[in-house]
Structure formats: structure tokens, C-alpha cells
Design a protein around this ligand. Sequence first.
Ligand code: HEC
Length: 107
Amino acid sequence: MVRGVVIVTLAWGVAACSGGADRGGSGLSGGELFLRHCSGCHPEGGNSKYPQKSLDRFTLAANGIHTAEDIVATMRNPGQGMTRFDRQTIGDADARKIADYILATFR
Ligand code: HEC
């Protein structure tokens, strides 16, 4: 009985540490999701197909992308040469995590 409580507490602690506030998402962090879905074409936030469409803030802003919502909109409805990521592929919670990661990481 007591041991069960300890294990539950530990598991919760681990979930909280791994970036936790994952409401209905995959449980992966924005960085992990970016590596999995995006880094093939956007290594280190660049763009291997069109270097002028990289993911650093200045380039994004120059291309009209300012907020996390704008990045999610790009995933849902991308330009030429980019894979389309619909809600079945990347749910809204995960898409938002990726967007936040991009804004926080590539400057
Ligand atoms: C198959 C290659 C490919 C993959 C995979 C890919 N992208 Fe792209 N991405 C592109 C290309 C090509 C463009 C430029 C499209 C255009 O001309 O509008 C682009 C453009 C973008 C832009 C706009 C950049 C700018 O400066 O205007 C964002 C934001 C973006 N991608 C985010 C993502 C995210 C987030 C993922 C992962 C969920 C992803 N991309 C996966 C190829 C890819």
C-alpha cells in the first residue's frame, strides 16, 4: 500500500520534469517533436530546400510569421516543397509545442 503511493509519486515527478504540461499531446517535448518531424528539412532551424525560408525570428518575421499561431498555420497549410502536417499527424497541443520551441530556439 505505502509502496504503491511512493511509485505513483515518483512517476508523476518524472512526468512533470520531462516538460509535463502536455494536454492530450504525445508527451514529447517541442525539441523532440521538431527533431522527429521538421529537422530533416530544417536542420538547426535552417531550410535545406530554400535557405531564404529558414526558421530564425528575423526571417520568419520578414515572411509574415510572427507568432506560434502563425507557425502552426504554416504546418497546417505549408508553402511549396514542405510536407503538410494535419491534426491527425501532429495534434494541436504538439504543434503548439513545436512552434514555441522554434520561437525560443532559433533567433
Ligand atoms: C519536406 C521538407 C520539409 C519538412 C519536413 C518541413 N518543412 Fe517547413 N518548410 C519547407 C520548405 C521547402 C519551406 C519553404 C516553403 C515556402 O516557400 O513557403 C518551409 C517553410 C517553413 C516555414 C516558413 C519559414 C519562413 O521563413 O517563411 C515554417 C515556419 C516551417 N517551414 C515550419 C516547419 C515545421 C514546424 C515543420 C515540422 C512540423 C516543418 N516545417 C517541416 C520544408 C519542410
